[in-house]
Design a protein around this ligand. Structure first.
Ligand SMILES: Nc1ncnc2c1ncn2[C@@H]1O[C@H](COP(=O)(O)OP(=O)(O)O)[C@@H](O)[C@H]1O
Ligand SMILES: CC(=O)N[C@@H](CCC(=O)OP(=O)(O)O)C(=O)O
Length: 262
């Protein structure tokens, strides 16, 4: 087939999500790993959060917020601050670092080319929080074909132009699903899932659900494992929660033999 070479090439996609907790001091080794992945033929898509930066902006503006299971309840007052922080500060800061490291990167958010067409997740509970309806994968593929790394801020766009706050882990898993990525890496400030002081090299869905119920997995780790499980269930072969040297926990598909690690 005449198109198989380029189709095959574009099929090797990897989505890397950078947690806000990592963004302010990324290890130089991280950029080298991205370059190495590109040299291996991977097309890299980066998504990012920015929780700590958002917390600072909200505090400076005396806007209170709280989080339910890792999802920030976002008021009308908060959404504008979330949007300007992610799109105006965090995203260009990351794009600049990637470009400086020799990785051609372009910053995007949900409004750009209808990248993340969204609706309210549950307005009564979460306020201005989005649920992604459609990812513009054509736009991402066009950038990837041109060897550009899309760097996506986790702001969704509602049809009426309203910005919606979306958890960074959710954006990463939705983008990985929509683009049929080969691999999803959720980069955070811990080297994977830690249970009673021990990092787990590989975990299963059954174990994850037990640990959430027991409170061993909580807060910001919850949207990560939920996004990871959704990706695995949809057939994305490799999902990992890692630190910025890409070392961490591999999440495995649902079959298990009642053990926490296999
Ligand atoms: N079982 C767990 N193992 C490791 N970290 C966990 C666990 N449960 C909850 N966490 C918390 O999740 C945090 C990572 O989530 P979060 O702060 O939202 O990071 P990010 O900004 O990278 O998305 C860790 O720093 C830790 O405090
Ligand atoms: C709806 C929701 O929870 N939005 C997140 C978006 C940023 C984020 O996810 O940042 P991290 O990757 O650092 O956790 C928030 O407001 O904090």
């Amino acid at each position: 087939m005449t198109t198989s070479k380029s189709t095959h090439h574009i099929a090797r996609k990897i989505v890397i999500k950078l947690g806000g907790s990592t963004l302010e001091g990324l290890n130089p080794a991280f950029f080298q790993k991205i370059l190495a992945l590109q040299q291996e033929g991977y097309k890299v898509i980066i998504t990012h959060g920015g929780g700590p930066a958002i917390n600072r902006t909200l505090a400076t503006n005396n806007v209170a917020s709280h989080v339910i299971n890792g999802i920030r309840v976002t008021t009308a007052e908060a959404i504008d601050l979330v949007k300007t922080t992610l799109i105006g500060q965090v995203n260009p800061f990351l794009v600049q670092q990637l470009n400086a490291a020799g990785i051609q990167a372009v910053g995007l958010n949900g409004f750009d080319g209808h990248l993340l067409a969204s609706t309210f997740l549950d307005e009564a509970t979460y306020g201005y929080v989005g649920h992604i309806k459609k990812v513009n994968t054509e736009l991402l593929d066009a950038l990837l074909t041109a060897n550009i790394v899309p760097v996506i801020a986790c702001i969704g766009a509602a049809r009426n132009g309203q910005a919606l706050n979306i958890n960074g882990d959710t954006v990463a898993s939705e983008v990985a699903l929509a683009t049929k990525a080969e691999s999803l890496l959720l980069v955070t400030d811990v080297s994977g899932i830690r249970i009673e002081g021990e990092y787990q090299s590989e975990v299963t869905e059954v174990a994850i659900n037990e640990w959430i119920a027991e409170g061993h997995i909580y807060g910001g780790m919850i949207p990560k494992v939920q996004g990871a499980l959704a990706c695995l269930a949809a057939g994305i072969p490799a999902v990992q929660i890692v630190d910025d040297t890409l070392d961490g926990t591999k999440i495995s598909a649902r079959h298990t033999h009642n053990s926490h690690t296999i």
